[in-house]
Design a protein around this ligand. Sequence first.
Ligand code: NAP
Length: 248
Amino acid sequence: MGILEGKFAFVSGASRGIGRAIALTLAEEGAHVAFTYRSSKDAAEALRLELESKGVQALCFACDAASFSQTEEVVGKILEAFGRLDVVVNNAGITRDNLLMRMSEESFDEVIQNNLKSVFNVTKSVQRTLLKQRSGSIINISSVVGKGGNPGQANYAASKAGMNGFTQSVAKELGSRNIRCNAIAPGFIETEMTAELDASQKEQWLQHIPLKRGGTPQDVARLVVFLASDDSSYITGQVINVCGGMQI
Ligand code: NAP
């Protein structure tokens, strides 16, 4: 029997990469999973079928995480179908890297909307239900860059640092109702997002990783399972690195 048997989970942006691994790992541990994607319809449908093959309920919705109205509507449909939510994972995110000198206002705003406002959109939409339940675990996928910054990623670092502050504030606001809120800060994880980096950029990252390898989406997903489970019931307001020791 899985550690999340019978729990109901939501994951934003799960058509590929870390979100996909999170959705699959939650299902392998027995959770029913609803997830969103923005544009990868075929990949999302394939994931929905794969989740169902694990014997859990699976729902998928096209939803732009940056849109409050779309998020509110989709969360409403999920709650109608599931009746509750125990685990909420804010994973959807993008990069629009450039040195500040060349960064446009549009790409700054786009990253903040997709990576930070999206977390407000989901958390606000599920809050009432979690309060009524007097339980819930919210898990925000942040980044080590939100703690230490990175050249060429001022927009991304600002979005993830904002996410960390949001996480801690929500943990303080909702803790008395048995609702936990934590963030995970991955380092260099091998996905399509990091496939954009060239060989010299990857080499630079690896030089700073004591474990001398990039992480896998599964490395992040295992921590999500722990934070989603009752095994972490005294952990809230934390930003936990999964980075092979990159940030020590
Ligand atoms: P990825 O491979 O680029 O996948 C991103 C996923 O998010 C896709 O499924 C995409 O859906 C979805 N998405 C993006 N914008 C969306 C939006 N506005 N609405 C709904 N869905 C949206 O990225 P990843 O590497 O798995 O990263 C996942 C999360 O981990 C992000 O928050 C990222 O910042 C964080 N992270 C990643 C790394 C890393 O090294 N990879 C490190 C630290 C933190 P579509 O394909 O349908 O657009």
